[in-house]
Design a protein around this ligand. Structure first.
Ligand code: ADP
Ligand code: CIR
Length: 342
């Protein structure tokens, strides 16, 4: 592979940090699973509008290709090589009330964590047989849930298009044909090995074999961040009793996209801010100050609709799970106060 040519206006972290020198240093390297720099950068090379543009193939990718991953991790999470990642997923340390008790602004709250299994490569290079094995191990583990979290596993293969589309529209299921994931190798053999587990109320869900092997999700209407967090903490604790997650001392939970390392947690609200969103500079100033990201209402790379935005924590590494939830809480409180004042 030759050094890729990025257009002048390319804003991805890939094109910022993939210098000719870094490329020369990495171009002949391989991880034990055979992951190469060509595979790592393909998504950002094919999608020049990427924000980041790189994916990992296994835990070792983050060491073998460190000259590219390290500066990206530093810029995205503010996490230095010498920093330590310390986890705290203890609900007792999250003390907060609902920031919008009358549900005037917050429509819904969702918190997810990404996880991958310790014994397999990441989805970018996993084989079909390995992916099927992940699906089996995880869906079997989920069968032992009882009470509020008990539910059923619905494989994507065989699901009717109507049901699939409704689940996507209602924000419960991952979308199909994402071009960033496609170029990263994450859509190979679609829909084999993919599926969704959920309880009856759809307040607890697990996506299997999308961008990460597991996305464990807690969500509900309204703005009770703590209730959503507590449910997720309980579920994650339960799942890790039966399956071993991929983890590193330095980078926390290992995920295919470097933006998800560490806690792999994205805590978000769908929030209606019709006045503030007329002044996007002010809106961005508040979200930047509070380490928050703005997404559209159908998730990443989607547009906002009707003044409703998806607001979530941006940092996930070098901060704890409790910190991620506080980032969301503090930011949302300020956004609501400003919206009220306008
Ligand atoms: P992820 O959070 O898993 O990285 P996306 O940004 O693609 O991925 O979002 C996945 C889905 O979750 C989308 O349908 C999105 O609308 C939905 N979602 C995210 N946050 C919320 C929320 N607070 N309330 C309801 N749905 C949400
Ligand atoms: C991009 O670079 O824009 C995509 N590869 C997504 C990056 C971050 N989002 C994610 O991990 N879902």
């Amino acid at each position: 592979m030759n050094f890729p040519n990025f257009p002048k206006d390319c804003k991805s972290l890939l094109c910022k940090y993939l210098t000719k020198e870094v490329f020369e240093e990495l171009k002949n390297k391989k991880t034990p699973n055979g992951f190469t720099i060509e595979k790592a950068i393909n998504s950002g090379v094919k999608n020049i509008d990427s924000g980041i543009g790189v994916y990992a193939g296994d835990k070792e990718s983050y060491d073998v290709f460190a000259p590219l991953f390290d500066p990206i991790i530093k810029e995205y999470h503010g996490f230095e090589k010498s920093d330590k990642h310390i986890s705290n997923f203890n609900p007792k340390d999250l003390k907060m009330t609902n920031p919008d008790p009358s549900s005037q602004y917050i429509l819904s709250t969702r918190i997810r964590v990404g996880r991958n299994l310790a014994d397999f490569p990441l989805g970018t290079i996993i084989s079909k047989e390995q992916r099927d094995e992940v699906e089996k191990r995880v869906s079997d583990a989920l069968k032992s849930f009882d009470g509020e979290l008990s539910g059923s596993y619905y494989p994507l293969k065989g699901m009717s298009k109507d049901i699939q589309e409704q689940l996507i529209k209602d924000h419960f299921l991952f979308k199909e044909g994402d071009r960033f994931l496609e170029a990263a190798g994450l859509n190979r053999d679609w829909p084999e090995g993919r599926g969704i587990y959920h309880n009856d109320d759809k307040t607890f869900l697990v996506w299997i074999n999308e961008e990460d092997e597991l996305r464990i999700i807690s969500m509900q209407q309204g703005g009770d961040i703590k209730e959503v967090f507590d449910r997720l903490a309980k579920a994650v604790d339960f799942i890790q009793n039966s399956v071993k997650f991929m983890k590193s001392e330095h980078l926390g939970y290992i995920t295919s996209c470097p933006t998800n390392l560490g806690t792999a947690m994205r805590a978000s609200v769908h929030i209606k801010l019709p006045k503030l969103s007329r002044d996007m500079d002010l809106f961005k100033k508040i979200t930047d100050k509070n380490h928050l990201q703005i997404r559209g209402v159908h998730g990443e790379h989607s547009e906002s609709e009707g003044g409703i935005f998806d607001i979530s924590n941006k940092r996930r590494l070098g901060v704890s799970e409790v910190d991620c939830a506080y980032d969301l809480y503090n930011g949302v409180k300020e956004l609501i106060e400003v919206e009220k004042s306008l």
